[in-house]
Design a protein around this ligand. Structure first.
Ligand SMILES: [Mg+2]
Length: 389
């Protein structure tokens, strides 16, 4: 009994950071280009489709990426250029509906159910968005999926990449999903996929046909319920426009002004720990950090840096904050307030988590972060603290 079928769009820019680089430097067109950080410590932020052919993926360590594509050109990230393009993309999306839920700088869900009365069917809205975005960003392309639910819309947009438009009509979700691999199901990472494959379940259609008790045996009651519902496209989640956090910050004003940079290190570490705790709680990673210092005369100095590794735990936030602190002349200067905020936030999706866990360098801080979380939840916050820098 579906009275008003929802029209959910998932819009995702194609190889976003890399596409911006190619747009701004046409000499890169047609080449394997990686936007990434430090050659030994950084990770791949995005790469062109030419680099993907060699197995390079987002969030892969630069060491691994250079092994797979030694000929690829590595370009350092230009956060401001991506933020500007992102602003245009979101402005365009918000011109067709206020119901836009940003998932990252270049990806969002839109509920255009009510917009159909004004702008025509969902497919016409999607075509309009793709065209408008291409014009307003001087050539960047987006892929769009249309479906009655978030999950199916996201799968649809992935299928059409790049520059795609894929529609799953209402009522046909199960048939649309059936031939696809189980790893397309939200929350099914490599480990779960292996477990399911070992049981002979390879496609989403296999999940649809599997007897429920068999799924419960494999994944427990909750897991089986989750996977069986998604397998037929049953995902009632609403598009939540206010959901995306712009930044996560922590700051403090001192009882008495502090002189010079040295006495600011301890409070900065404390703020980084607080920010990291909130990022973990919200399942987010940050791609940029802002350090804020208010001097005794109330003048404000901020320094911002785009990270070359995803910022997840206090150690990496603190290292970057100290680099920014060094860029502020504070010799003999009185300071009354110091603050740290993490911006350019992105959700850490289950698939991405598993990718990260293959990266030893990231695994260690995450393990530490998990232990800190466990201890904090048992003994309350501020029980333990990393030794100051
Ligand atoms: Mg994208």
């Amino acid at each position: 009994m579906r009275c008003m079928e929802r029209s959910i769009l998932h819009l995702d820019m194609d190889a976003f950071y890399a596409s911006v680089e190619v747009r701004d430097n046409p000499a890169l067109r047609g080449l394997a280009v990686i936007v990434g950080g430090h050659p030994t410590r950084g990770v791949v932020l995005t790469c062109t489709y030419e680099a993907r052919k060699f197995g390079v993926r987002s969030a892969m360590s630069m060491v691994e990426a250079r092994k797979r594509a030694p000929h690829a050109l590595v370009v350092p990230p230009r956060g401001e250029a991506y933020a500007e393009a992102s602003r245009i993309v979101f402005e365009t999306m918000r011109s067709v509906t206020p119901l836009v839920e940003g998932l990252s700088l270049d990806e969002a869900f839109l509920d255009v159910t009510a917009s159909r009365a004004i702008f025509g069917e969902a497919k016409a809205i999607a075509l309009h968005l793709k065209k408008r975005i291409r014009e307003a960003t001087s050539g960047l392309t987006a892929s769009v999926g249309i479906a009655p639910s978030k999950f199916v819309a996201k799968v649809a947009s992935e299928l059409g990449k790049p520059d795609g438009l894929t529609v799953c009509p209402p009522g046909l979700e199960a048939a649309f999903l059936a031939p696809l691999g189980i790893e397309r199901i939200w929350g099914v990472g490599p480990k779960t996929a292996e477990l399911l494959r070992d049981a002979g379940l390879h496609t989403i259609g296999d999940i649809q046909r599997a007897p429920r008790p068999a799924l419960v045996d494999l994944m427990g009651a909750n897991g089986a319920e989750h996977i069986a519902r998604l397998a037929v496209g049953d995902d009632p989640r609403e598009v939540e426009p206010g959901r995306e956090a712009k930044s996560v910050g922590s700051e403090s004003t001192f009882d008495a002004d502090r002189v010079g940079a040295e006495p600011l290190r301890e409070p900065i570490l404390r703020h980084c720990e607080e920010v990291a705790r909130r990022l973990r709680a919200d399942g987010l990673r940050a791609n940029a950090l802002v350090l804020k210092v208010k001097r005794g005369d109330h003048s404000l100095i901020t320094r911002r840096s785009v990270a070359t590794v995803p910022l997840i735990e206090a150690g990496s936030l603190y290292a970057l904050a100290l680099e920014l602190l060094e860029r502020i002349p504070l010799e003999g200067v009185r300071t009354r307030l110091v603050g740290v905020s993490a911006t350019a936030l992105e959700p850490i999706e289950p698939v991405q988590r598993e990718l990260f866990s293959n990266d030893e360098r990231l695994e260690r801080p995450r393990a530490i972060a998990a232990v800190l979380d466990a201890i904090e939840s048992r003994f309350g916050r501020n029980t333990i603290r990393r030794a100051g820098g």
